[in-house]
Design a protein around this ligand. Structure first.
Ligand SMILES: Nc1ncnc2c1ncn2[C@@H]1O[C@H](COP(=O)(O)OP(=O)(O)OP(=O)(O)O)[C@@H](O)[C@H]1O
Length: 746
């Protein structure tokens, strides 16, 4: 079988778990299929499809290692060895693939070790020292099972109880939710005229995602246990407008909402009034602004300001960006800026440093460096594009198959990428009850559990997945940045960033899903050799990562005999060498490729996922373009990480055509791009969920594989959002105006 480029010539097409007769039938069928279809079998291409020629490669090294082996197919004779599952499995017959050939060198990571900003999570102060209502204290102690305050709670709660506005920053997982929820509940229950349900909102909490809305609602509900007359409620999209309207009509006193959904109700419902509003809280304030919600925030602020002037305003996040300081300017009145810093920062005058009265709020250094939980170990691995997929799979197997009770979150840059990897891993890495599907591993593990979460899923399923993963002791959650902010998923042990985040702030929030509230956790960032400089970019924000070598990750494949190439079957207890690791990685890659190439439909599915990856890659902000530029991607190599043997030709043609057209009409490109960005945002998890034409993954109606598993739906490119935005408001007599010129996506 020929391949996309010269390097793929010796692709291991001899791999098979089928009997020789079956294999020959399959080969004939494949031949017939290609004859009948318009899609010709991949042919050797002389011109490599890449945006730029690949970097000079480590050919020398590979030639040395593969000398005499590379072109040699292992014996096609069938033999059996026992797998670690105790089954007699047919050994894959594999010849060394091109997986390790013609890859760019992995650069040495020269990173300066920086001193990370650290915060102390807990204090010795107890909640009962705050003078709260005794029932509230006992609820905190008995229902939430908490006794001492975290640093951010100790600093924020008294300030908020005094009635001040505040801008609160503290590291991820440090208890910011209770830092505002406790004073809110304390103040509402203490109101002289008892709150009536029909009074409507006294508190409005804005959060960027639906899951966070649910989570915050849950916390508020628990705190309100003794105060049954105060009614909390959540608006978040995904629910029928009519039923939300009905709930609003009955009355909600503490209203938690995503901005898009709230704006929809403000515009279309007569049942929402803010005349009694006492609190306005922006949780994950910087994210709300990042996501193209400026217009929505303007509508909300104008609606709120029109009915109530006097209220307390709170902005919270683990990362305060420039946009937040501007939002603070227009929404906070004489605010207290609370930032929890470590002892070394506080040496001069601890008290003054811990709670600073700053207006305008933090700038410069403080905005550039973020606090990271002390018990979070951060790692990076540099992996050539061709090896990304096997490396990710090996890492998942290493942690979640061979180690106990590991809970992992893997971040991708688009919904399509999540869907693709989710389906691929389900079909290849998991065991099925019946005969293994084509491309499935012989000794697939039952210990593995995959879940996925992204904005193109139906809300019902999103909520179910969120709940399931929250309560699970193990599992792998594949997700977009919809899960990056605020979600408190207990006992997550590993965060993997398969696609690098668009900003250091997003990096912080993603890794912040682990090592929460003093627990231990680890993270792994996977970079391509051309992206290695990102490590320095992180270091400039005082983020330290230590390297894990790719080989150390791939090494796990030697622990599972189902990855054994035939050559090793006959040899007992041989020391694990680089050659064996490479062969096993090749077996795994072949499993993926076999699965993807088992039908035309799957090939086009993988191509679409690849296309989505490239589109998302093109949206990195300008300041990161020198590291993440589409032109530095080698399409043939990247295609391998989608299980494709061939770099899709039409894909590169499409990209080139587009680029040409853009060069001719840059103005038009800008226009359509911003329209496109808007469309993406509307389709995203952050929308109100009411827009017409929103594409969703509908489980029940999804097309199914012959085996009964739903196939992924037709993929819509939905890159991640909110990269490199700036925003500006103007105060006018008519209220706030959002300056659209400065708010275009860059
Ligand atoms: N005083 C406390 N004692 C023990 N656990 C606490 C305390 N306060 C909060 N927690 C727990 O800590 C976890 C993290 O809290 P929370 O989600 O509020 O963090 P956060 O600072 O908002 O994080 P992020 O920045 O990621 O949104 C939650 O499980 C919460 O129940």
């Amino acid at each position: 079988m020929a391949a996309a480029d010269g390097s793929l010539l010796d692709n291991p097409r001899t791999f098979s778990r089928r009997l020789p007769a079956q294999a020959s039938r399959q080969a004939k069928a494949t031949k017939r299929k290609y004859q009948a279809s318009s899609e010709a079998p991949p042919v050797k291409r002389r011109n490599e499809t890449s945006f730029l020629p690949a970097k000079k490669t480590g050919v020398k090294e590979t030639q040395r290692t593969f000398k005499g082996n590379a072109q040699k197919a292992f014996s096609a004779k069938k033999h059996s060895v026992s797998t670690n599952d105790g089954n007699q499995e047919e050994r894959p017959c594999v010849k060394t693939s091109s997986l390790f050939k013609n890859n760019p060198d992995i650069p040495e990571l020269h990173r300066s070790v920086v001193k990370q900003v650290q915060e102390k999570v807990f204090t010795s102060a107890a909640f009962h020292e705050l003078g709260l209502h005794p029932h509230l204290i006992s609820t905190i102690n008995t229902v939430l099972k908490m006794s001492s305050m975290t640093s951010v709670q100790k600093q924020s709660i008294p300030v908020l109880l005094e009635g001040r506005d505040a801008l609160v920053r503290s590291q991820t997982g440090s208890g910011k939710t209770l830092a505002y929820c406790i004073p809110v509940v304390q103040s509402l229950q203490a109101m002289k005229s008892k709150i009536q349900r029909r009074d409507g909102p006294y508190v409005l909490v804005l959060v960027p995602t639906r899951e966070l809305a649910l989570q915050s609602f849950d916390t508020v509900q628990k705190l309100l246990k003794p105060f049954t007359w105060i009614v909390p409620g959540v608006l978040m999209g995904g629910e029928k407008r009519k039923s939300e309207k009905a709930r609003l009509r009955k009355g909600i006193n503490i209203l938690i909402s995503t901005p898009g959904r709230l704006v929809d109700h403000i515009k279309s419902t007569k049942n929402i009034h803010f005349s009694r509003l006492r609190w306005l809280v922006f949780d994950e304030a910087d994210r709300i602004l990042d996501l193209g919600f400026e217009k929505d925030i303007t509508v909300i602020l104008n609606a709120v300001n029109a009915e109530c002037q006097k209220r307390q305003n709170v902005l919270l996040s683990a990362t305060l960006t420039e946009g937040v300081t501007r939002l603070a300017d227009i929404s906070l009145h004489d605010p207290v800026s609370i930032s929890v810093l470590d002892e070394s920062h506080d040496q001069l005058n601890p008290k003054d440093k811990v709670v600073q009265e700053v207006c305008p709020p933090p700038a410069g250094d403080e905005l550039d460096s973020f606090a990271i939980p002390e018990s979070l170990e951060q790692h990076v691995t540099v992996v050539p594009s061709k090896l990304r997929l096997v490396c990710l799979a090996a890492f998942i197997l290493q942690k979640c198959k061979f180690e106990k009770d590991q809970k992992m979150v893997v971040f991708f840059s688009s919904c399509e990428l999540v869907e693709f990897h989710y389906s691929l891993f389900l079909q290849t890495l998991l065991s099925s009850s019946g005969a293994p599907a084509s491309g499935q591993l012989p000794s697939a593990s039952t210990r593995l559990k995959f879940l996925r979460l992204h904005g193109n899923m139906e809300q019902e399923e999103r909520t179910a997945v969120f709940q399931e993963f929250s309560h699970s002791r193990r599992g792998v959650l594949l997700c977009t940045d919809v899960a990056a902010r605020g979600l408190d998923l207990p006992q997550v042990t590993w965060i993997v960033q398969y696609n690098a985040p668009s900003s250091p702030a997003e990096y912080i929030h993603r890794i912040g899903r682990t090592a929460r509230i003093g627990c231990h956790g680890s993270s792994l960032l996977i970079l391509a050799p051309s992206e290695a400089e990102y490590v320095n970019s992180l270091a400039s924000h005082k983020i330290n990562v230590s390297e894990i070598k790719m080989e150390d990750i791939l090494c796990v494949l030697t622990r599972d005999d189902c990855f054994k190439g035939k050559r090793w079957g006959a040899q007992k207890s041989r020391a694990v060498g680089p050659q064996e690791i490479r062969e096993r990685a090749t077996v795994l890659q072949t499993v993926f490729e076999d699965y993807v190439h088992s039908s035309e439909r799957r090939v086009s599915w993988a191509k679409k996922a690849l296309q989505s990856f490239i589109r998302a890659y093109a949206t990195y902000p300008r300041e990161l373009k020198h590291i993440f530029h589409v032109r530095s991607l080698h399409l043939g190599h990247v295609a391998k990480s989608f299980g494709l043997r061939d770099a899709p030709r039409n894909l590169s043609a499409l990209t080139r055509k587009k680029r040409k057209a853009n060069l001719k009409r840059p103005g038009l490109h800008k226009k359509t791009q911003s329209k496109h960005s808007l469309a993406e945002i509307l389709r995203s998890e952050y929308s109100s969920g009411m827009e017409p034409g929103v594409t969703k993954v509908r489980q029940q109606n999804a097309p199914r594989e012959p085996g009964g598993r739903p196939l992924p739906p037709p993929l819509q490119p939905t890159p991640c959002f909110g990269r490199g935005k700036t925003l500006k408001w103007r105060k006018t007599q008519k209220g706030l105006l959002w300056d659209s010129k400065t708010s275009q996506k860059v």
